[in-house]
Design a protein around this ligand. Structure first.
Ligand code: GDP
Length: 209
């Protein structure tokens, strides 16, 4: 299948609600603790070596970074920390911005949480999943850097995380193993995101005309 996400490109960074693109389309948010492998996952999904580099440039680490797949279809890179880790003066701003984004953003169709398969479900991850689940949105967990573990250990990690997700969030969170390095799970994750964005091949053709 062709990669429906490979046209993703940087659109804008929003530091407050006013700077968000018009709320008329569909978007999928990506969250992950710093160093979890979120940028590598975004790059792998979009098949773009440096797509998410922009999210790491100084000053952008405190913004929502929008990548446009096609008009009104966005991937949104969330900062890699919860508001608890933000310097004091930014805490109130961040809490309000993220709360409002998750509570009111009509375009938001789902949340992808990227977690290192060896360190899953830390406070930050639970905080982001809670935002999505509270809103009634589906979430999908990528257990990334799976190449660091053997198949047996991967299976054990999946089972353990599945059980915890179920007890904390019910059945609204799906999960898979992933590796930007070996490309394991890339197609599976693309399908989840493309489905949430309703990026069917037919509508891609329609919109390109
Ligand atoms: P971010 O801070 O969450 O955006 O994380 P990055 O994508 O920058 O990755 C953090 C580190 O983990 C980098 O050194 C990456 O090369 C490494 N990394 C990311 N994904 C993988 C993966 O799937 N497998 C392995 N082995 N390393 C990875």
């Amino acid at each position: 299948m062709s990669n429906l996400l490979n046209s993703a490109h940087y659109l804008l960074s929003a530091h407050n609600t006013r700077q968000l693109p018009a709320d008329g389309g569909y978007e999928v948010a990506f969250a992950g603790r710093s160093n979890a492998g979120k940028s590598s996952a975004l790059n792998a999904l979009a098949n773009h070596n440096a797509l998410a580099r922009v999210s790491k440039t100084p000053g952008r680490t405190q913004q929502l970074v929008f990548f446009e797949v096609r008009p009104e279809r966005y991937l949104v890179d969330l900062p890699g920390y919860g508001y608890a880790k933000v310097p004091q003066d930014l805490q109130a701003h961040w809490q309000a911005f993220l709360d409002q984004y998750f509570r009111t953003r009509e375009a938001l169709r789902g949340l992808v949480v990227v977690m290192d398969i060896r360190h899953p479900l830390r406070d930050y991850d639970r905080q982001m999943l809670t935002y999505a689940v509270k809103r009634g949105l589906p979430a999908h967990a990528l257990l990334t850097k799976a190449d660091k573990l053997g198949r047996g250990q991967q299976g054990n990690a999946m089972q353990a995380v599945k059980k915890e997700l179920f007890s904390a969030f019910g059945d609204t969170v799906s999960l898979q193993t992933f590796s930007a390095e070996s490309r394991q799970g890339v197609e599976e994750a693309r399908k989840v995101v493309a489905d949430w964005l309703e990026l069917t091949p037919k509508s891609t053709v329609d919109d390109n005309t």
